[in-house]
Every structure is written in C-alpha cells, then in structure tokens.
Design a protein around this ligand. Sequence first.
Ligand SMILES: O=c1ccn([C@@H]2O[C@H](COP(=O)(O)OP(=O)(O)O[C@H]3O[C@H](CO)[C@@H](O)[C@H](O)[C@H]3O)[C@@H](O)[C@H]2O)c(=O)[nH]1
Length: 646
Amino acid sequence: MERKGDGSGLGCSELSFGSVFTGSSPKLSDGTRFTGSPSRTGSLKDTRNSCPRVDVFVCTADPTIEPPIMVISTVLSAMAYDYPPEKLAIYLSDDAGSDLTFYALLEASIFARQWIPFCKKFNVQPRSPAAYFVSTSPPDDGGGQSQTRDFLAIKKLYREMEDRIETATMLGRIPEEARLKHEGFSQWDSYSSKRDHDTILKILIDSKDPCSTDIDGSALPTLVYLAREKRPQHFHNFKAGAMNALIRVSSKISNGANHSQSRLFLRVITNVEFHGTDGCGGPLYIGTGCFHRRDTLCGREFNQDSKIDWKKHDDHRRQQSVHELEAEAKTLASCTFEQNTQWGNEMGLKYGCPVEDVITGLSIQCKGWKSAYLNPERKAFLGLAPSTLPQVLVQHKRWSEGDFQILLSQYSPAWYAHGRISLGLQLGYCCYCLWAPNCLATLYYSIIPSLCLLKGISLFPQVSSPWFLPFAYVIFGKYISSLVEFIRADGTVLGWWNEQRIWLYKRTSSYLFATTDTILKKLGFGDTAFAITDKVADEDVSERYEKEMMEFGSASPMFVVLSTLAMLNLFCLVGVVKKVIMNESFARLYQTMPLQILLCGVLVLVNFPLYQGLLLRKDRGRMPTSVTLKSSAVALLVCAIFSFLH
Ligand SMILES: O=c1ccn([C@@H]2O[C@H](COP(=O)(O)OP(=O)(O)O[C@H]3O[C@H](CO)[C@@H](O)[C@H](O)[C@H]3O)[C@@H](O)[C@H]2O)c(=O)[nH]1
C-alpha cells in the first residue's frame, strides 16, 4: 500500500530549480544589438587606418598538459589574423617559465614568415596549422599547381618544425645548437624552478623593425614571450596574476587598446544564453573569445568621455631600442611590482577567485560598461574542450566553485550589482552563481523519489489529481525547451541526450564538491586552487573518445558519488520490478507514482554508460573495481537503512 511522503524536501528542491530557471530567463530575451562584422563592414584594407591596435594574450602554465606544439598553433593562428600586422601584437604568458615553450615559440616566429603569407594568399581556414593540416588534404587541381606545391611545401616545413619541438619536449631538453644560436636562452641561466625564477621576457618579433618581414616582404605582427617572475614567498594568483603582468608589459611594448584570449567553445552558453544576456546589457566575460578595451581592465569607470577616437589613439611611438624596452618591461612583471597597489583589486583581473574572468567582467559591467555579443558565421575563436569525463568534472568544479564564491563575495550579483546592472543581467549572473548549490536539489531528485518508490511512498500528485498537471508541465516543458535550444545551437538529438547525462554528472559530483569546498573555505579551511584543465589525452584514451566511449579509469571521489547514485537507482528499479512481478499490479503503481517510476527509469537510462563502466567493460577506461565495490556497498546500505527506517 502506498503512503504519502513529506513534501518539504520536494518543495525546497522545486524552489531551488525554480530560482535557477528564473535566473536563466534572460536567455529568452532577443539580444544581439551588434551585428556588424569585418566582412560586412567592408574590406580590412579599406578600414586599415581606423583599425585599433590589438594585443592578443595566450596563456600557458604547464608544458606537459598544454604541449608547446599546441600552444604555438594557437599563437600562429592569432598571428595569421586578417588584420594590419603593425597593429597586432601576440603575447604568450608562460607560467611554467619553460625553455621548451620558449624554444617552440622561437620556432613559430620563424615558421610564421611562411605561414602568414600562405594563409593570406589562399585564404586558409582554420589558421591554426595543427588544425589545418589535420582537416585539410592537398588541394586538387582546382586550386592550380602552385597551390598544391605551396601546400605540400608548407606542410613539410610544419611537420619538420613539429618533429623538432616534439623531440625536444620528449627529451625535456633544447638542442644545443638552438641554445647557442639564440641569446634568449641565457635568461634560463639563473632559473631554479617553475616557482622560483626571474622575469624572462623576449620580443621575438618587433613589428616596428623593418627587417621583421615575412618571405613576401610584408610586416609581421609583434610576438613576445613572457614568464613573469616567480618566488616561493610571493603568491602568484594563477591566471589572474599572469594576465595582470601581461596587461602591464603589453602597455609598455605595444599598448593595444583591446585584448583577447583564445580557446574554448560552449554550445548552449555561447549560442543561446549569451545571445539572451546581450539584450540585458551584454554577455559575461568568460576569459576567452573576448575583446576588451584596455581601460576597462584597468578599473576605469564609464563616463561620457570614455568614447575613443581610434585614429587619435593609434599613435604609439617609441624612442627606446628593443633591449631597453625589454629591460623596462621586465620590471613590470616582477613579484614585488603589485605590492601596495590596487592590482588584483581595483585594477586588472581580480584575485582570490577561481573564475577571475567572471568576477572581473561583473565589476566592469558594474562600472557602467556594456559588452556586446557578436557571433559571426565564421567563428572568431575555436578552442579545445575537455574530451574526457574526469577533465569535464574538474573544470566544472572550478567554474561552479568560483561562481558560488562570487555569489557570497562583496561583488555578489545579488546585492553589489543591484542598481548597477539591469535586473535581467543580475538574474543571468545569479543563474551561473547558483550552479553549485543547485546540486542539493538534483541530489534530492536523484535519491529520495527512487527510495520512496521502493517503499511505495508517493511523493508527487497522482495522475487523477489536478496538481499532477503543473508537475508534468514543468518537467516536459523544461526538457522540450532545452532540446529546442540545443537544436537551435546546431546540436543534434543524440548530442542533447548526452548533454543531459553530463548535466546530471556535473550536478551530482562537480557541483557537490564545489559547494562543500566553498563552505569549507568560508569557514576558514583550505585555500583557493586552480586545477588546470588537461589538454592532452593518451592514445588509447583518444581512441575510446573516437568510439564515443565514456572515460572513467580513475578511482576519483567524484566517480564514487556518481557510481553510488547510479547503483542506488538501479537497485530501486530492480526492487520495484520485483514487487510488480511478485504481487502488485503495475497499473495501480503507475496510477499512484507515475512520475517516480519515470524519474527512476530515466535515471537508470541516463546512467547506462556508468553501468557499462562499472560492470561490463574490460578496457583501461572502465571504472576501477574498488569504485564498483564501494558504490554497490554504499547503495545497498542506503536502500537497507531507508527500508528499515520507514
Ligand atoms: O597559474 C595559472 C593557471 C592557469 N593559467 C592559464 O589559464 C588558462 C585557463 O586555464 P584552463 O585550465 O585552461 O581553464 P579552462 O577552464 O579551460 O578555461 C576557462 O575558464 C577559466 C576560468 O576558470 C578562464 O580563465 C579561461 O579563460 C577560460 O577559458 C590556461 O591557458 C592556463 O595555462 C595560467 O596562466 N596560470
């Protein structure tokens, strides 16, 4: 006989889901105030004079998980922008201070002399050589013999460069010949470790130098390597610290009005949610794929005089030699430079938050600046998204933890931003900031209804009750609208279904750990950390990725939580099926607990790859046996305790 359950947990969960849903309402607004793109506003050649200077920042912090060859492909793609080279400067910040990355950048500065004219001549897409040579085969005769010849020649050059860099990376040592040839390597003479070294700075290409030209004699963009000073006694503030050093150093060298950073692509967030927030004052700054005016990052308030006449501001003359300039710029990246200054607080990217980008963007918008969303057909930025489940979960833990910290910080979108930005944008920020605590509602829905189903306790209204309708409406409405959003963002139904899986996994593991860590930090336990997203995968991991197999492989605590939830739902479903077979009529069960049956069934379906990993797979990507044992034992225990208590 079924019993009525206590609705307070359900009510809190609904409230929590409702608050996130309300927060996501800005996406319904029809944004896109800014539709212009270089291709629509005429050729860049015509508008050359009015183009602002642009400084592009590329960050790296570990040559093992961000391999130098990958880093320089990003650099080369930015160098090959269809943009006046004398107005473009590319900066590579290397927080590992690795001579291997420097060596790769040196190689890139030489390869760029051939790559940039090749890109311009044949309008190459994409302009990252690594991506281009993987996705493009030699042009057929339609391109003409010269194109085929040039393609094969540049590909050969690229492969040779790739070989040299990969060999050096594998050996962990720079070829002696290269070391002797370039004075830049002498800066590593005093290097002790990645956490203890002087500032290393080298202008590898100076666009003002008439000798810095490509093979066609055209100017090349400026290219700079920077490893800011690191000392064990000075906290380095992760990416925010690196970015602030770059902002200061670049202001000395090229003083580009705008900055951008490369990487990353998030389908629904960028295509749907940012499109919506654009109508409420502009999308969030998510650290990548954005351009900024330099003064917005330097803490300036917006006022009527903030409008820039780009032509006037373009005049960046320089008296010093490159060596003098390097020496002067080095002091700006020293550990002590920021002492007793507003850097990291009122100036530059903010410190102390694992999502330095979002908190900085919020404070910029609170100072009256607006951002604009531009999503041209030809993507301005393409990046690398994590390809394995552990990478996704670690990345989302950092993001959701950082966003939750912002909610509780002095810059909270809930109170600090009130009156400073539009209500729609405030809600938009809150939606992301509530990701982490929302795990509690998701956990409730993943555990309690299934356990109650096992015990015959009805939580939701019966099919015959008029209250059934709002629940059914919300559930179906939510899923249909998310499917439509996904398809609108060029996704597929299968992609959407996989997204639902990842949605559940993130919420029940990353967000749970993020919530716990945030609360512990608030209570004074633990420090802020920045777990860098791994950008490489072993060969067999990549093979499984190609076969669309989910990667587990490690006994991480997040996997224990996910597996326990999956096993618990499986046990509950098996228990119900057993009950139906033994004595109950399915029709009666369905009449009284349809939503619980549906929920438990869907959870089991969603968790299918987990059951495969826990029970069926034999490859190295399977779940470790210890996780299978732990999760099954805990799930059984919870079912037993619940049955005993009720
Ligand atoms: O001490 C550090 C730590 C990280 N980084 C660099 O920061 C970048 C972003 O780190 P990553 O681990 O790749 O983070 P993602 O989650 O992939 O990046 C997104 O989320 C971050 C905020 O969490 C933003 O800073 C990024 O711009 C945005 O792309 C990488 O290039 C790192 O090399 C540093 O330069 N120094």
